[in-house]
Design a protein around this ligand. Structure first.
Ligand SMILES: [Zn+2]
Length: 328
């Protein structure tokens, strides 16, 4: 079930109420999307499929054209989420780390919807990479997206961010940034992504602070007048204890990219190293080994259980049907 913006906001509130977080996998290939959905299905959990600009433009999606890439993600997810296998999995499609020239234009196009065979498809939730924006620019950009949604007449679920790689974001920054949006556009910001000491990539996560999560969750919720979940960027390398402390303190979305990529690429390397003989043209199993299915099925056997375990660590197991049964 591919969630719309209104349902997505309900899902985040459900996660906060029941103290779990939804794993957001930065899926950089169609096979990775399948594996993410399969991991969620296996433990009856909601899942977030998210994409950054580099994937939208990547070979498997936009082939250089981010608009085409977004439409292709949406078309794939619409089909997969309507299938018997995955129709019971609540799926959020989230844009992540969209920045640079054309970023706002792309997100406005996403709010208007991509026409796929006469059906308008939109992301469930949206974020903009603010790492190169001043506070004033960040506020103006988020307000523009809210305004666009108003003009189109659709709901919107936004993740607003600030300095996610820059240590711990001062609470005063949160007041300025969120305060610049929530009064005029209530119920549009669904998630707040401040710096809480984590880093993107595979480096040390020693500076992570669950206390910072709690403080930002409390402040953001107070400013918005309703609970605002914290989106945790740069979760690769965080211990189980740290992840669970983050969830307890108000994180309801955990982004997962670097570690996911590392597992997939290392497993691909292992596949080619252990199947050298089968890749010789004279080998009886050459075709099965050489086809994309050979590599991707091999990766899935290792990747799906790890993704499933991470979903369980975040408390998401069993929450899929619990959410859908609310009938929203
Ligand atoms: Zn991030």
């Amino acid at each position: 079930m591919l969630l719309n913006a209104t349902q997505t906001k309900q899902l985040f509130l459900h996660a906060l109420k029941h103290q779990y977080a939804i794993l957001a996998i930065n899926t950089d290939s169609p096979a990775c999307i399948t594996d993410a959905l399969e991991a969620a299905r296996a433990v009856d959990a909601p899942i977030i499929i998210e994409t950054s600009l580099w994937q939208l433009k990547g070979h498997s999606f936009g082939f250089g054209d981010a608009h085409l890439g977004m439409a292709r993600y949406l078309a794939q997810l619409a089909v997969l989420c309507s299938s018997a296998r995955f129709s019971s999995v609540p799926v959020v499609f989230h844009t992540d780390h969209i920045k640079g020239a054309g970023a706002l234009e792309l997100l406005q196009a996403a709010i208007r919807g991509f026409d796929v065979q006469g059906i308008k498809l939109r992301p469930s939730s949206i974020s903009l990479d603010a790492s190169e924006l001043s506070h004033t620019e960040n506020i103006a950009a988020i307000r523009l997206l809210c305004q666009t949604a108003l003009e189109v007449g659709v709901d919107i679920a936004l993740e607003m961010e600030s300095g996610v790689d820059d240590g711990i974001t001062p609470l005063a920054d949160a007041e300025v940034l969120l305060g610049g949006v929530v009064k005029d556009f209530p119920k549009r910001i669904a998630l707040w992504a401040p710096g809480v000491g984590t880093q993107h990539g595979l480096g040390s996560q020693a500076a992570f602070s669950a206390e910072a999560v709690q403080n930002h969750h409390n402040l953001a919720s107070g400013l918005a007048g309703s609970r605002i979940g914290i989106a945790l960027h740069g979760s690769s390398g965080l211990s189980t204890e740290a992840l669970q402390a983050a969830v307890k303190a108000g994180v309801c979305k955990v982004n997962w990219s670097s570690e996911s990529l590392l597992i997939r690429s290392q497993t691909a390397l292992e596949f080619y190293q252990t199947h050298t003989a089968e890749l010789e043209k004279t080998h009886a199993n050459w075709k099965n080994t050489a086809m994309d299915n050979g590599l991707q099925s091999f990766i899935a056997t290792k990747y799906v259980p790890i993704a499933r375990d991470r979903i369980q660590v975040l408390g998401g197991a069993g929450q899929g049907q619990a959410f859908i049964s609310l009938g929203l």
